[in-house]
Design a protein around this ligand. Structure first.
Ligand code: GUN
Ligand code: ZN
Length: 451
Protein backbone atom coordinates (compact mmCIF):
# COMPACT_ATOMS: atom_id res chain seq x y z
CA UNK A 1 0.00 0.00 0.00
CA UNK A 2 1.19 3.50 -0.72
CA UNK A 3 0.91 5.95 2.16
CA UNK A 4 -2.49 7.57 2.10
CA UNK A 5 -2.71 11.32 1.58
CA UNK A 6 -3.50 13.49 4.61
CA UNK A 7 -7.20 14.13 5.08
CA UNK A 8 -9.51 15.85 7.50
CA UNK A 9 -12.83 14.22 8.30
CA UNK A 10 -15.32 16.71 9.71
CA UNK A 11 -18.54 15.76 11.46
CA UNK A 12 -20.14 14.73 14.75
CA UNK A 13 -17.69 12.36 16.46
CA UNK A 14 -18.59 9.85 19.19
CA UNK A 15 -15.99 7.78 21.03
CA UNK A 16 -16.09 5.67 24.17
CA UNK A 17 -12.77 6.31 25.87
CA UNK A 18 -13.39 3.94 28.77
CA UNK A 19 -15.93 1.38 29.96
CA UNK A 20 -19.18 3.37 30.38
CA UNK A 21 -20.55 0.86 32.92
CA UNK A 22 -24.08 -0.52 32.94
CA UNK A 23 -26.05 2.55 34.07
CA UNK A 24 -28.32 4.51 31.80
CA UNK A 25 -25.76 7.30 31.84
CA UNK A 26 -22.16 6.66 30.79
CA UNK A 27 -19.63 6.69 33.62
CA UNK A 28 -17.95 10.10 33.98
CA UNK A 29 -15.11 10.55 31.52
CA UNK A 30 -16.03 7.53 29.40
CA UNK A 31 -17.81 9.39 26.59
CA UNK A 32 -16.37 11.90 24.16
CA UNK A 33 -18.88 13.61 21.87
CA UNK A 34 -17.72 16.40 19.60
CA UNK A 35 -20.68 17.99 17.85
CA UNK A 36 -18.55 19.51 15.12
CA UNK A 37 -15.57 17.20 15.39
CA UNK A 38 -12.51 16.74 13.25
CA UNK A 39 -10.14 13.85 12.66
CA UNK A 40 -6.89 14.89 11.02
CA UNK A 41 -5.36 11.82 9.37
CA UNK A 42 -1.75 11.45 8.29
CA UNK A 43 0.20 8.34 7.24
CA UNK A 44 -2.74 6.12 8.06
CA UNK A 45 -2.96 7.36 11.64
CA UNK A 46 -4.86 9.94 13.63
CA UNK A 47 -2.58 12.98 13.70
CA UNK A 48 -4.95 15.10 15.75
CA UNK A 49 -8.53 14.98 16.94
CA UNK A 50 -10.70 17.77 18.33
CA UNK A 51 -13.28 20.40 17.59
CA UNK A 52 -13.18 21.50 13.99
CA UNK A 53 -12.89 25.15 15.00
CA UNK A 54 -9.81 24.34 17.05
CA UNK A 55 -8.03 22.29 14.38
CA UNK A 56 -8.97 24.40 11.35
CA UNK A 57 -6.32 27.12 11.81
CA UNK A 58 -3.55 24.52 12.07
CA UNK A 59 -4.38 22.53 8.93
CA UNK A 60 -1.83 22.37 6.11
CA UNK A 61 -2.80 24.14 2.92
CA UNK A 62 -4.54 21.92 0.41
CA UNK A 63 -5.46 19.11 2.82
CA UNK A 64 -8.50 17.22 1.61
CA UNK A 65 -11.49 18.00 3.84
CA UNK A 66 -14.33 15.47 3.79
CA UNK A 67 -17.54 16.89 5.18
CA UNK A 68 -19.64 14.36 7.08
CA UNK A 69 -21.98 16.80 8.78
CA UNK A 70 -25.31 15.15 9.53
CA UNK A 71 -23.54 11.80 9.89
CA UNK A 72 -21.86 10.24 12.93
CA UNK A 73 -18.18 9.31 13.04
CA UNK A 74 -17.01 6.46 15.30
CA UNK A 75 -14.02 4.15 15.57
CA UNK A 76 -14.28 1.24 13.12
CA UNK A 77 -16.12 -1.76 14.52
CA UNK A 78 -14.30 -4.87 15.74
CA UNK A 79 -15.53 -8.48 15.48
CA UNK A 80 -13.72 -10.66 17.99
CA UNK A 81 -14.71 -14.04 16.53
CA UNK A 82 -15.75 -14.95 12.98
CA UNK A 83 -15.14 -17.76 10.45
CA UNK A 84 -14.44 -16.33 6.99
CA UNK A 85 -14.65 -19.84 5.52
CA UNK A 86 -18.29 -20.11 6.59
CA UNK A 87 -19.48 -17.08 4.66
CA UNK A 88 -21.35 -19.17 2.12
CA UNK A 89 -23.19 -21.40 4.61
CA UNK A 90 -24.77 -18.55 6.54
CA UNK A 91 -28.37 -19.39 7.36
CA UNK A 92 -28.26 -23.15 6.88
CA UNK A 93 -31.42 -24.55 8.40
CA UNK A 94 -32.16 -26.15 11.62
CA UNK A 95 -29.49 -27.86 13.67
CA UNK A 96 -27.69 -27.56 16.96
CA UNK A 97 -23.93 -27.27 17.10
CA UNK A 98 -22.59 -30.79 16.53
CA UNK A 99 -24.98 -31.70 13.70
CA UNK A 100 -24.54 -28.27 12.16
CA UNK A 101 -20.77 -28.80 12.11
CA UNK A 102 -21.05 -32.23 10.49
CA UNK A 103 -23.82 -31.42 8.02
CA UNK A 104 -22.86 -27.97 6.82
CA UNK A 105 -19.59 -26.67 8.19
CA UNK A 106 -17.12 -29.46 7.57
CA UNK A 107 -18.26 -30.09 3.97
CA UNK A 108 -17.99 -26.37 3.27
CA UNK A 109 -14.53 -26.04 4.80
CA UNK A 110 -13.30 -28.89 2.55
CA UNK A 111 -13.60 -26.50 -0.38
CA UNK A 112 -10.76 -24.39 0.98
CA UNK A 113 -8.20 -26.99 -0.09
CA UNK A 114 -8.25 -24.96 -3.28
CA UNK A 115 -6.32 -21.73 -2.90
CA UNK A 116 -8.38 -19.95 -5.56
CA UNK A 117 -11.58 -20.66 -3.66
CA UNK A 118 -10.05 -19.21 -0.49
CA UNK A 119 -8.96 -16.12 -2.38
CA UNK A 120 -12.42 -15.50 -3.83
CA UNK A 121 -14.17 -15.95 -0.47
CA UNK A 122 -11.60 -13.81 1.37
CA UNK A 123 -12.29 -10.91 -1.02
CA UNK A 124 -16.05 -11.30 -0.65
CA UNK A 125 -15.75 -11.55 3.13
CA UNK A 126 -13.61 -8.41 3.41
CA UNK A 127 -15.86 -6.48 1.04
CA UNK A 128 -18.75 -7.38 3.28
CA UNK A 129 -16.93 -6.58 6.53
CA UNK A 130 -16.06 -3.11 5.26
CA UNK A 131 -19.59 -2.59 3.98
CA UNK A 132 -20.86 -3.14 7.54
CA UNK A 133 -18.17 -0.93 9.10
CA UNK A 134 -16.00 -3.68 10.59
CA UNK A 135 -12.33 -2.83 10.18
CA UNK A 136 -10.76 -5.47 12.44
CA UNK A 137 -11.71 -9.09 13.13
CA UNK A 138 -10.25 -12.18 14.71
CA UNK A 139 -10.79 -14.80 12.06
CA UNK A 140 -10.90 -18.59 11.83
CA UNK A 141 -9.62 -19.84 8.49
CA UNK A 142 -9.88 -23.56 7.59
CA UNK A 143 -7.33 -26.23 8.44
CA UNK A 144 -5.64 -25.62 5.05
CA UNK A 145 -2.70 -23.23 5.37
CA UNK A 146 -3.50 -21.89 1.90
CA UNK A 147 -6.78 -20.50 3.28
CA UNK A 148 -4.74 -18.45 5.75
CA UNK A 149 -2.39 -17.22 3.02
CA UNK A 150 -5.43 -16.24 0.98
CA UNK A 151 -7.00 -14.35 3.86
CA UNK A 152 -3.89 -12.52 5.02
CA UNK A 153 -2.88 -11.59 1.45
CA UNK A 154 -6.27 -10.01 0.85
CA UNK A 155 -6.26 -8.19 4.20
CA UNK A 156 -2.73 -6.89 3.68
CA UNK A 157 -3.53 -5.57 0.22
CA UNK A 158 -6.34 -3.58 1.81
CA UNK A 159 -4.13 -2.34 4.66
CA UNK A 160 -6.36 -3.81 7.38
CA UNK A 161 -5.59 -4.78 10.97
CA UNK A 162 -6.64 -8.43 11.22
CA UNK A 163 -5.95 -11.46 13.38
CA UNK A 164 -6.33 -14.92 11.86
CA UNK A 165 -5.09 -18.48 12.06
CA UNK A 166 -5.16 -21.97 10.63
CA UNK A 167 -7.59 -24.35 12.30
CA UNK A 168 -5.77 -27.11 14.19
CA UNK A 169 -7.83 -30.29 14.13
CA UNK A 170 -6.27 -33.75 14.23
CA UNK A 171 -9.29 -35.92 15.07
CA UNK A 172 -13.10 -36.22 14.96
CA UNK A 173 -13.43 -34.49 11.61
CA UNK A 174 -13.39 -35.65 7.97
CA UNK A 175 -10.00 -36.87 6.73
CA UNK A 176 -9.89 -34.06 4.21
CA UNK A 177 -9.84 -31.55 7.07
CA UNK A 178 -7.64 -33.18 9.67
CA UNK A 179 -3.99 -32.35 10.13
CA UNK A 180 -1.47 -34.12 12.36
CA UNK A 181 0.41 -32.83 15.36
CA UNK A 182 3.54 -32.43 13.24
CA UNK A 183 1.89 -30.85 10.19
CA UNK A 184 -0.23 -28.56 12.38
CA UNK A 185 2.89 -27.26 14.12
CA UNK A 186 4.89 -26.93 10.89
CA UNK A 187 2.08 -25.12 9.06
CA UNK A 188 1.38 -22.79 12.00
CA UNK A 189 5.06 -21.93 12.37
CA UNK A 190 5.45 -21.19 8.66
CA UNK A 191 2.33 -18.99 8.72
CA UNK A 192 3.54 -17.18 11.84
CA UNK A 193 6.90 -16.49 10.16
CA UNK A 194 5.20 -15.16 7.03
CA UNK A 195 2.36 -13.17 8.52
CA UNK A 196 2.67 -12.35 12.22
CA UNK A 197 3.63 -8.69 12.54
CA UNK A 198 3.55 -8.27 8.76
CA UNK A 199 2.08 -4.76 8.41
CA UNK A 200 -1.07 -4.78 10.54
CA UNK A 201 -1.56 -8.53 10.66
CA UNK A 202 -1.28 -10.80 13.68
CA UNK A 203 -1.40 -14.56 14.10
CA UNK A 204 -3.92 -16.32 16.28
CA UNK A 205 -3.27 -19.97 17.12
CA UNK A 206 -6.54 -21.75 16.33
CA UNK A 207 -7.24 -25.14 17.88
CA UNK A 208 -10.89 -25.50 16.74
CA UNK A 209 -12.19 -26.85 20.09
CA UNK A 210 -11.22 -29.58 22.51
CA UNK A 211 -13.10 -32.44 20.78
CA UNK A 212 -11.19 -32.09 17.50
CA UNK A 213 -7.68 -32.00 18.95
CA UNK A 214 -5.72 -34.78 20.62
CA UNK A 215 -3.91 -34.06 23.85
CA UNK A 216 -0.68 -34.09 21.83
CA UNK A 217 -1.98 -31.35 19.54
CA UNK A 218 -3.15 -29.19 22.44
CA UNK A 219 0.21 -29.72 24.13
CA UNK A 220 2.09 -28.69 20.98
CA UNK A 221 -0.10 -25.59 20.64
CA UNK A 222 0.66 -24.62 24.22
CA UNK A 223 4.37 -25.00 23.51
CA UNK A 224 4.19 -22.58 20.55
CA UNK A 225 2.30 -20.07 22.69
CA UNK A 226 4.78 -20.33 25.56
CA UNK A 227 7.65 -19.66 23.16
CA UNK A 228 5.90 -16.66 21.56
CA UNK A 229 3.49 -15.08 24.05
CA UNK A 230 2.73 -12.18 21.70
CA UNK A 231 0.64 -14.55 19.58
CA UNK A 232 -3.11 -14.67 20.04
CA UNK A 233 -5.14 -17.82 20.57
CA UNK A 234 -8.77 -18.46 19.61
CA UNK A 235 -10.98 -21.46 20.25
CA UNK A 236 -14.49 -22.43 21.38
CA UNK A 237 -15.64 -23.20 24.92
CA UNK A 238 -18.85 -24.42 26.57
CA UNK A 239 -21.19 -23.46 23.76
CA UNK A 240 -23.59 -26.40 23.76
CA UNK A 241 -24.71 -29.02 26.28
CA UNK A 242 -24.00 -31.97 23.94
CA UNK A 243 -20.53 -30.58 23.22
CA UNK A 244 -19.78 -30.31 26.94
CA UNK A 245 -20.81 -33.92 27.55
CA UNK A 246 -18.59 -35.02 24.67
CA UNK A 247 -15.60 -33.15 26.12
CA UNK A 248 -16.18 -34.84 29.49
CA UNK A 249 -16.09 -38.22 27.71
CA UNK A 250 -12.99 -37.41 25.69
CA UNK A 251 -11.04 -35.87 28.59
CA UNK A 252 -12.15 -37.75 31.74
CA UNK A 253 -9.04 -36.56 33.56
CA UNK A 254 -10.11 -32.89 33.28
CA UNK A 255 -12.21 -31.40 36.07
CA UNK A 256 -14.26 -29.43 33.53
CA UNK A 257 -14.14 -28.16 29.93
CA UNK A 258 -11.99 -25.15 30.73
CA UNK A 259 -9.47 -27.34 32.50
CA UNK A 260 -8.72 -29.08 29.19
CA UNK A 261 -7.38 -25.78 27.85
CA UNK A 262 -5.77 -24.72 31.11
CA UNK A 263 -3.71 -27.86 31.52
CA UNK A 264 -2.07 -27.21 28.15
CA UNK A 265 -1.40 -23.53 28.88
CA UNK A 266 -3.96 -22.22 26.38
CA UNK A 267 -5.79 -19.78 28.66
CA UNK A 268 -3.79 -16.57 28.64
CA UNK A 269 -4.16 -12.82 28.24
CA UNK A 270 -4.41 -13.07 24.45
CA UNK A 271 -6.84 -15.98 24.42
CA UNK A 272 -10.38 -15.59 23.13
CA UNK A 273 -12.88 -18.30 24.03
CA UNK A 274 -15.96 -18.13 21.85
CA UNK A 275 -19.34 -18.56 23.57
CA UNK A 276 -18.60 -19.61 27.18
CA UNK A 277 -22.34 -19.86 27.78
CA UNK A 278 -22.40 -22.80 30.17
CA UNK A 279 -19.79 -21.83 32.75
CA UNK A 280 -20.04 -21.63 36.51
CA UNK A 281 -18.72 -18.66 38.46
CA UNK A 282 -15.42 -20.31 39.50
CA UNK A 283 -14.69 -21.04 35.82
CA UNK A 284 -15.38 -17.41 34.96
CA UNK A 285 -13.03 -16.37 37.74
CA UNK A 286 -10.31 -18.67 36.45
CA UNK A 287 -10.64 -17.15 32.99
CA UNK A 288 -10.55 -13.67 34.49
CA UNK A 289 -7.40 -14.56 36.41
CA UNK A 290 -5.77 -15.68 33.16
CA UNK A 291 -6.69 -12.34 31.53
CA UNK A 292 -8.60 -14.16 28.77
CA UNK A 293 -11.85 -13.00 27.19
CA UNK A 294 -15.11 -14.63 26.22
CA UNK A 295 -16.54 -13.73 22.82
CA UNK A 296 -20.27 -13.23 23.23
CA UNK A 297 -21.85 -14.29 19.93
CA UNK A 298 -25.55 -13.56 20.36
CA UNK A 299 -26.87 -14.18 16.83
CA UNK A 300 -25.03 -17.50 16.75
CA UNK A 301 -26.19 -18.53 20.20
CA UNK A 302 -29.78 -17.86 19.21
CA UNK A 303 -29.45 -19.46 15.77
CA UNK A 304 -28.00 -22.75 17.08
CA UNK A 305 -30.19 -22.65 20.18
CA UNK A 306 -27.06 -22.81 22.32
CA UNK A 307 -28.28 -20.72 25.24
CA UNK A 308 -28.41 -17.26 26.80
CA UNK A 309 -25.04 -15.74 27.67
CA UNK A 310 -24.87 -14.21 31.14
CA UNK A 311 -22.87 -11.08 30.48
CA UNK A 312 -23.23 -9.61 33.95
CA UNK A 313 -21.99 -12.78 35.67
CA UNK A 314 -18.80 -12.32 33.64
CA UNK A 315 -18.57 -8.69 34.71
CA UNK A 316 -19.01 -9.75 38.32
CA UNK A 317 -16.15 -12.23 37.93
CA UNK A 318 -13.96 -9.51 36.38
CA UNK A 319 -13.94 -11.48 33.13
CA UNK A 320 -13.63 -9.47 29.93
CA UNK A 321 -16.27 -10.08 27.29
CA UNK A 322 -15.98 -9.16 23.66
CA UNK A 323 -18.72 -9.06 21.04
CA UNK A 324 -18.67 -11.20 17.94
CA UNK A 325 -20.71 -12.26 14.94
CA UNK A 326 -19.49 -15.89 14.77
CA UNK A 327 -20.61 -16.08 11.15
CA UNK A 328 -21.52 -18.67 9.78
CA UNK A 329 -23.41 -19.87 12.88
CA UNK A 330 -24.02 -16.18 13.48
CA UNK A 331 -26.57 -14.84 11.07
CA UNK A 332 -25.13 -11.45 10.21
CA UNK A 333 -21.72 -9.82 9.91
CA UNK A 334 -23.10 -6.44 10.92
CA UNK A 335 -22.21 -5.15 14.35
CA UNK A 336 -25.69 -3.64 14.52
CA UNK A 337 -27.25 -7.11 14.23
CA UNK A 338 -24.90 -8.35 16.93
CA UNK A 339 -25.86 -5.45 19.22
CA UNK A 340 -29.56 -5.94 18.62
CA UNK A 341 -29.36 -9.64 19.46
CA UNK A 342 -27.16 -8.91 22.49
CA UNK A 343 -29.80 -6.49 23.73
CA UNK A 344 -32.55 -9.06 23.22
CA UNK A 345 -30.62 -11.81 25.00
CA UNK A 346 -29.95 -9.35 27.81
CA UNK A 347 -33.64 -8.55 28.08
CA UNK A 348 -34.45 -12.23 28.59
CA UNK A 349 -31.99 -12.31 31.48
CA UNK A 350 -33.07 -8.99 32.99
CA UNK A 351 -29.80 -7.36 31.95
CA UNK A 352 -30.48 -5.03 29.01
CA UNK A 353 -27.51 -3.63 27.13
CA UNK A 354 -27.28 0.16 27.00
CA UNK A 355 -26.22 1.79 23.75
CA UNK A 356 -23.14 3.15 25.56
CA UNK A 357 -22.09 -0.33 26.63
CA UNK A 358 -22.98 -1.77 23.23
CA UNK A 359 -20.93 0.66 21.16
CA UNK A 360 -18.10 0.50 23.72
CA UNK A 361 -17.96 -3.28 23.21
CA UNK A 362 -17.94 -2.93 19.41
CA UNK A 363 -15.02 -0.49 19.57
CA UNK A 364 -12.65 0.07 22.50
CA UNK A 365 -14.07 -2.79 24.58
CA UNK A 366 -13.26 -5.32 21.87
CA UNK A 367 -9.88 -3.67 21.24
CA UNK A 368 -9.05 -4.05 24.92
CA UNK A 369 -10.27 -7.63 25.11
CA UNK A 370 -8.05 -8.47 22.12
CA UNK A 371 -5.11 -6.45 23.51
CA UNK A 372 -5.15 -4.22 20.45
CA UNK A 373 -6.11 -1.00 22.21
CA UNK A 374 -2.75 0.67 21.73
CA UNK A 375 -3.56 0.63 18.00
CA UNK A 376 -7.31 0.85 17.55
CA UNK A 377 -10.66 1.43 19.21
CA UNK A 378 -10.67 5.05 20.36
CA UNK A 379 -9.17 7.20 17.58
CA UNK A 380 -6.69 8.84 19.92
CA UNK A 381 -3.79 10.74 18.33
CA UNK A 382 -1.16 8.27 17.11
CA UNK A 383 -3.68 5.46 16.75
CA UNK A 384 -4.64 3.90 13.45
CA UNK A 385 -7.23 5.70 11.37
CA UNK A 386 -9.99 3.09 11.16
CA UNK A 387 -13.31 4.90 11.13
CA UNK A 388 -16.94 4.18 10.44
CA UNK A 389 -19.29 6.92 9.25
CA UNK A 390 -22.90 6.23 10.22
CA UNK A 391 -26.00 7.65 8.61
CA UNK A 392 -28.75 8.17 11.17
CA UNK A 393 -31.26 8.69 8.35
CA UNK A 394 -30.21 5.73 6.21
CA UNK A 395 -33.67 4.27 5.70
CA UNK A 396 -37.11 5.86 5.68
CA UNK A 397 -37.90 4.29 9.02
CA UNK A 398 -34.61 5.31 10.63
CA UNK A 399 -35.06 8.81 9.23
CA UNK A 400 -38.51 9.08 10.85
CA UNK A 401 -37.29 7.67 14.14
CA UNK A 402 -34.16 9.80 14.37
CA UNK A 403 -35.96 12.97 13.21
CA UNK A 404 -37.77 12.74 16.56
CA UNK A 405 -34.46 12.78 18.37
CA UNK A 406 -32.66 15.57 16.56
CA UNK A 407 -29.64 16.11 14.34
CA UNK A 408 -26.45 14.35 15.40
CA UNK A 409 -24.58 17.65 15.67
CA UNK A 410 -26.73 19.16 18.43
CA UNK A 411 -27.70 16.54 20.97
CA UNK A 412 -27.53 16.48 24.73
CA UNK A 413 -26.22 13.28 26.25
CA UNK A 414 -29.62 11.68 26.77
CA UNK A 415 -30.65 12.29 23.17
CA UNK A 416 -27.31 11.05 21.87
CA UNK A 417 -27.97 7.85 23.82
CA UNK A 418 -31.41 7.63 22.23
CA UNK A 419 -29.93 8.07 18.76
CA UNK A 420 -27.30 5.39 19.35
CA UNK A 421 -29.94 3.04 20.69
CA UNK A 422 -32.15 3.59 17.63
CA UNK A 423 -29.16 2.76 15.44
CA UNK A 424 -28.47 -0.34 17.53
CA UNK A 425 -32.02 -1.59 16.95
CA UNK A 426 -32.73 -0.36 13.42
CA UNK A 427 -29.27 -0.09 11.88
CA UNK A 428 -27.85 -2.44 9.25
CA UNK A 429 -25.43 -2.26 6.33
CA UNK A 430 -27.37 0.68 4.90
CA UNK A 431 -26.53 2.74 8.00
CA UNK A 432 -22.84 2.58 7.13
CA UNK A 433 -22.29 5.61 4.92
CA UNK A 434 -18.53 5.10 4.60
CA UNK A 435 -15.69 3.12 6.11
CA UNK A 436 -12.07 4.24 6.42
CA UNK A 437 -9.17 1.94 7.21
CA UNK A 438 -5.53 2.93 7.61
CA UNK A 439 -6.42 6.51 6.70
CA UNK A 440 -8.11 5.65 3.42
CA UNK A 441 -11.73 5.44 2.41
CA UNK A 442 -12.29 1.73 1.74
CA UNK A 443 -16.06 1.70 1.41
CA UNK A 444 -18.56 4.30 0.28
CA UNK A 445 -22.25 3.48 0.25
CA UNK A 446 -23.39 3.94 -3.30
CA UNK A 447 -27.11 4.39 -3.04
CA UNK A 448 -28.92 6.77 -0.72
CA UNK A 449 -29.51 3.79 1.55
CA UNK A 450 -33.14 3.31 0.67
CA UNK A 451 -32.31 0.85 -2.15
N1 GUN B 1 -17.33 -25.21 17.75
C1 GUN B 1 -16.37 -25.81 17.02
N2 GUN B 1 -16.35 -25.34 15.77
C2 GUN B 1 -17.31 -24.40 15.69
C3 GUN B 1 -17.76 -23.56 14.64
O1 GUN B 1 -17.27 -23.57 13.51
N3 GUN B 1 -18.80 -22.72 14.95
C4 GUN B 1 -19.35 -22.68 16.20
N4 GUN B 1 -20.35 -21.83 16.43
N5 GUN B 1 -18.94 -23.46 17.19
C5 GUN B 1 -17.92 -24.32 16.94
ZN1 ZN C 1 -17.03 -19.91 16.10
Amino acid sequence: MTDPRPALLRGPLVRLLDDPGEDDRPAPGSLSYLEDGALWLEDGKVHAVGDYAELAPRLPAGIEVVDYSGKLLMPGFIDSHVHFVQLDILASYGRQLLDWLNDYTFPEECRFAERAHGEAVAEAFLDEQLRVGTTTAQVFCSSHPQSVDAFFSAARRRGLRMLAGKVLMDRNAPDALTDSVASGVADSERLIADWHGNDRLGYSLTPRFAPTSTRAQLEATGAILRAAPDLHLQTHLAENIGEIAWVAELFPEARDYLDVYERFGLAGPRSTFAHGIHLDQPMRERLAGAGANIAFCPTSNLFLGSGLFDRLACREAGLATSLASDVGAGTDLSGFATLKAAYQVGQLLGQPLTAWQGFYRLTLGNARALRLDQHIGALRPGQEADIVVLDPAATPLLARRTARIGKPDSLDQARLGELLFALMMLGDDRSVFATWAGGECVHRRESDGTR
